[in-house]
Write a protein that binds this ligand. Sequence first.
Ligand SMILES: N[C@@H](CCC(=O)N[C@@H](CS)C(=O)NCC(=O)O)C(=O)O
Length: 213
Amino acid sequence: MITVWGEGRGFRVVWLLEEMGLPYRLRDVDLLKGAESDPEFMAVNPGGFIPALQDEHGVVVESVAILQYLLGRHGPSPLALEPTDAGYGAWLQFLHLGEAGLMGPAFFAWAGGGFGPPGAKEDWTGSMALSLLNSRRRLVARQLERAPYMAGEVFTAADISVAYALIWVRRQGMAALTADEEAYLERCAAREGYRRAMQACPATRGWAEAAGR
Ligand SMILES: N[C@@H](CCC(=O)N[C@@H](CS)C(=O)NCC(=O)O)C(=O)O
């Protein structure tokens, strides 16, 4: 049985599991209480961050690595492209850009205002993170001028990675999304897999309801 530890970016993992039709259980991890107060989780991921994926072979952390792992080990799935596919380069690029180029900078652009002392939101690091996020969004913008999805004509795991980050940016009110980005998110969120993942993730659903989307 597959266990997903924690929501947050674990939503990406649950979304893919729902798209692939794989059975799993979601184990809540309360980061507000502190991961250290959850010894069972700390034994799974001594780094204390979520998500983690556990199956009969072991544990994988890093949400995008987990997506690749599921597609490789629990696939095959049309949500993964092969090196011989025309869109493979774009697929791999956007799969990783979703975290490394979008979500990572987005978190640090937001975190100063979310958790930091007065003025932290506007400090050099926060401003630089916001500027990195927005520069990487230009790659998404160019792709959306060419095709409906990150790897081309069809929805793939690269869209789970990128759409999650853009949804997060929108819910935190960090940047106004473009009309193309909004239409893209509408396409992604209209999927049955997304709807089922929202049903399966109470914390994400609560946050979406509070944010009004
Ligand atoms: N790059 C990692 C980021 C993981 C991450 O930062 N997760 C957040 C919640 S979504 C977390 O656990 N933060 C607490 C911490 O890092 O101690 C991934 O994609 O999984």
